[in-house]
Design a protein around this ligand. Structure first.
Ligand code: 13P
Length: 252
């Protein structure tokens, strides 16, 4: 069965005490909400994982790291590995965000390794893909998405695939206030589901959760989530205020 998910990606925001307060507020709101139609996940900085884990009910609010290393341990100063993330009690990791690909040169090959290590550590992966404005204008959306997904994920077994969530995040819509129209997003989501169907079959494609990310907010979430292939959102800016985030969580 396909799951709806609304996941926050706090990026490099909040101190630990601020993050703990925000996590508590989200956790309380989720605990009080009736009949939620989606799973809720918060993606927080590495420094926050252990403290946030202590103030949430992990059965109600999933916890994600925003990255992990491409090695499990060793002399990699400043890196944080998938087993370290899992040892905090987090159950998800966000990989392949365009900010990681763009600012930190994360390649298809590196992401493939990160995905493998994350799954091996027992984490679910929220795997991001998305085109730049130039790529969209050059008519390359499908090529870009296909390469990002197939190069880093299509070596997985069908069983491993059940722990993958895809997030389509057009780079031009991230933090810009420019949301993809419902139809633009749906078109790419349907394309992604088609790719998954070609590789793993229709049943697995139907069961795959595909999130939209990019200036998603309480006002536009209901229309986006009403599309047949949009199964929730990966939320940046609007995940930093519990009320806004909950406005999206309750948009289904
Ligand atoms: P915004 O919601 O701030 O546009 O960010 C989207 C995003 O990058 C989530 O990963």
């Amino acid at each position: 069965m396909r799951k709806n998910i609304v996941a926050g990606n706090w990026k490099m925001n909040t101190t630990v005490p601020e993050g703990v307060e925000l996590a508590k507020a989200v956790n309380d709101a989720v605990a009080q909400a009736q009949d939620l139609k989606c799973d809720v996940v918060i993606g927080v900085p590495f420094t926050h994982l252990t403290a946030v884990k202590q103030v949430i009910d992990i059965n109600k609010v999933g916890l994600a790291a925003e990255n992990c290393a491409d090695h499990n341990s060793g002399a990699y100063t400043g890196e944080v590995s998938a087993p370290m993330v899992a040892s905090t009690g987090a159950n998800y990791v966000i990989l392949g965000h365009s900010e990681r690909r763009g600012y930190y040169n994360e390649s298809y090959e590196m992401l493939k390794t990160k995905v493998d290590l994350a799954l091996e550590a027992g984490l679910k992966v929220i795997f991001c893909c998305g085109e730049s404005l130039e790529e969209r204008e050059a008519g390359k959306v499908e090529d870009v998405i296909k390469a990002e997904i197939s190069e880093s994920l299509f070596h997985l077994t069908p069983e491993q695939w059940t722990n993958i969530v895809i997030a389509y995040e057009p780079i031009w819509a991230i933090g810009t206030g420019k949301t993809a129209t419902n139809d633009q997003a749906e078109e790419v989501h349907a394309f992604i589901r088609g790719l998954v169907a070609e590789k793993f079959g229709k049943q697995i494609a139907d069961d795959t959760t595909i999130l939209y990310g990019g200036s998603c907010k309480p006002s536009n979430a209901p229309e986006l989530f009403a599309k047949p292939d949009i199964d929730g959102g990966l939320i940046g800016g609007a995940s930093l205020k519990a009320a806004d985030f909950m406005g999206i969580v309750t948009a289904f």
